[in-house]
Design a protein around this ligand. Structure first.
Ligand code: NI
Length: 133
């Protein structure tokens, strides 16, 4: 049976910061959610754009051209090849859409880097259980 997902609820259920999880796929892209706080570090994705949507809280994305601040509900696309460093002073829930080939922290590997296998781990209890009359 078809089931809708709540990206915000799934992101809220995550227990680890900066560990994106795949919740859906469309064509050659993954939809991911993450719970973030602090910073992930400067990186770029040479040939992939990266779309950010803030589901809850506030996210800052520093780029060489200057910072962009996303409030709840805001969307921003980091163009391919653009160095960026997302950060959140307070806990923030985000959704990402990016090509399946996109590496978490681009060509940079740091202690926060997550492999695709880690991002594809199933998330327990993410189905909506609300009953309708
Ligand atoms: Ni990135």
């Amino acid at each position: 049976m078809p089931e809708a997902l709540s990206p915000r609820d799934i992101a809220a259920s995550l227990t680890e910061h900066w560990s994106p999880r795949v919740i859906a796929e469309l064509d050659q892209s993954y939809v991911k959610v993450a719970k973030v706080q602090g910073t992930i570090g400067w990186h770029s994705h040479e040939s992939e754009d990266e779309l950010f949507v803030v589901l809850k809280g506030c996210l800052r994305i520093d780029m060489e051209a200057g910072p962009v601040v996303l409030n709840e509900g805001d969307l921003f696309v980091v163009p391919a090849g653009t160095r960026h460093n997302p950060s959140a002073p307070d806990e923030c829930l985000i959704m990402l859409i990016e090509r399946k080939s996109t590496l978490h922290t681009g060509t940079v590997v740091n202690e926060k880097t997550r492999t695709l296998a880690e991002q594809l781990r199933p998330i327990p209890g993410n189905a909506c259980s609300r009953e309708f009359d």
